[in-house]
Write a protein that binds this ligand. Structure first.
Ligand code: GDP
Ligand code: IMO
Ligand code: MG
Length: 437
């Protein structure tokens, strides 16, 4: 059986969690393979709302194996808190969860570094989630100061912490006064207590040991056994560190190109890429956003869509659907089908706009600019479509949608060049239209 990947095609929060939960019903294994607790994925069923940051959104299906693979950067305290919350809510988290011994570990110094460096390199802050994600990936690629789950159980773990904490203390103290953010830093001028960090993380290691294993070996066996595996992307393709709106991105390959490296499976195993898009666009944090609506229309979308960050509670920036950006990420990821989410949020406008091209230096362009300065300078060219006012949250058949909603979806699909497989008209599992194509 082939692998399937669920990939956000915008700047994150496309409602990937909802689709992963739905698709997991037909899977044997569900895998988170990149990012960390910067992700906030929401699943709603039976009147209950669940928020997940590290555990795959398929965890509500008891017979499905959940895997946190090696490409994830993991805060053990965030993971334990998430496990505890789920267990309190009656969700089984035991043998059905595996954590890669290759996954990198987030330490207190990563959060300090996140605060320290968020806005010193360029004018506008990246506006990270302050979860230490970028600094942990930095240490992963730097190698010398990195700690993986497997290291927690080796005899030199305490020594490793001593060495790394010493290096970080020298780094932080050397940087006092060098960053605008230094006054925000709890660690500045105060040495990180390596012994305390060791004891704290030893406690986490003991609690998490039963979940930790070689998930690459597990997944390769699952591939050989023809198991059905679903790969759950975090963030969105425009936040991809290599192919997104750099430097206003996250620190992992959050587009479809990151699935195989993050999970540790062969590329040819994945036969289907499902791209998730909102019926409009949102972005949290800094960086250019060509279709942003910094006005009453944007506020109306924010209010109707409850567009406030799952992780940081920040108001999400809202704007019209950008077909230039979505066509780029569909092509980048080899996306096969689309799920269009939060269509109900638009059921209030007389007219809707879709960005079909940009103007850059007086010329019309349809290629997504590679440099953030060029993306800042583009102007969106819009096509206007008639809207609808009917409540669509109870609709379950495409043909029951208002004609203008059907035409809006068809136009999006036409502009992107891919069929729509699912349409979401509310947060609940059942508020989903499945299409034949
Ligand atoms: P993710 O990070 O991609 O999983 O998305 P988030 O969970 O951060 O944000 C999506 C939000 O939209 C969540 O609050 C969902 O419960 C909600 N949601 C999902 N689908 C729909 C929908 O079709 N309509 C509405 N109104 N809300 C939805
Ligand atoms: P999910 O999986 C939306 C954004 C942050 C910031 C940038 C870098 O829920 O879609 P980071 O902490 O990763 O270094 O922040 O990326 N960001 C997200 N935006 N959804 C997410 O995850 C995000 N994860 C990171 O707001 O702009
Ligand atoms: Mg989210």
């Amino acid at each position: 059986m082939p692998g399937t990947a669920v990939i956000g095609l915008q700047w994150g929060d496309e409602a990937k969690g909802k689709i992963v939960d739905i698709l997991t019903a037909q899977q044997d294994v569900v895998v988170r393979y990149q990012g960390g607790a910067n992700a906030g994925h929401t699943v709603v069923f039976n009147g209950q709302r669940y928020k997940l940051s590290l555990i795959p959104s398929g965890v509500f299906h008891p017979n499905v194996q959940c895997v946190i693979a090696g490409g994830v950067v993991c805060s053990p305290s965030a993971l334990l808190a998430e496990i505890d919350t789920l267990v309190k809510l009656g969700v089984n988290v035991g043998k059905n969860l595996l954590i890669s011994d290759r996954a990198h570990i987030i330490f207190p110094w990563h959060k300090i570094e996140d605060a320290m460096f968020d806005n010193i390199a360029s004018g506008e802050a990246i506006g990270t989630t302050m979860r230490g994600i970028g600094p942990c990936y930095q240490d992963k690629y730097g190698r010398s100061l990195a700690v993986r789950f497997g290291d927690l159980y080796k005899p030199d773990f305490e020594e490793k912490i001593q060495t790394i904490a010493g290096a970080k203390n020298r780094l932080f103290n050397g940087l006092i006064g060098e960053t605008d953010n230094s006054q925000m830093l709890p660690g500045i001028g105060i040495d990180i207590d390596a012994g305390a960090v060791f004891r704290e993380y030893k406690g986490y290691a003991d609690r998490l040991e039963k979940y930790v294993t070689d998930t690459t070996a597990y997944l390769l066996d699952a591939v050989d056994a023809d198991k059905r595996i679903l790969f759950e992307g975090a963030q969105g393709s425009l936040l991809d560190v290599d192919h997104g709106t750099f430097p206003y991105v996250t620190s992992s390959n959050s587009s479809a190109v990151g699935v195989c490296s993050g999970a540790g499976v062969p590329p040819h195993f994945i036969k289907k890429y499902v791209g998730i898009i909102k019926a409009y666009t949102t972005r949290v944090g800094g960086g250019p956003f060509p279709t942003e609506l910094a006005n009453d229309t944007g506020q109306c979308i924010r209010d109707r869509g409850k567009e406030y960050g799952t992780v940081t509670k920040r108001p999400r920036r809202c704007g019209w659907f950008d077909a230039v950006a979505a066509r780029y990420t569909v092509r980048l990821g080899g996306i096969d089908t689309l799920a269009v989410m939060l269509l109900d949020v638009l059921s209030t406008f007389d007219e809707l706009k879709i960005c079909t091209a940009y103007t850059l230096d007086g010329s019309r362009v349809t290629a997504f600019p590679s440099h953030v300065d060029d993306l800042r300078r583009v102007e969106a060219i819009y096509e206007t479509l008639p809207g609808w006012h009917e409540d669509i949250t109870e609709v379950r058949q495409f043909s029951d949608l208002p004609l203008n909603a059907q035409n809006y979806l068809k136009r999006i699909s036409g502009l992107i060049g891919k069929p729509i497989e699912m349409v979401s008209v509310g947060p609940g599992r059942e508020q989903t239209i499945m299409l034949q194509f």
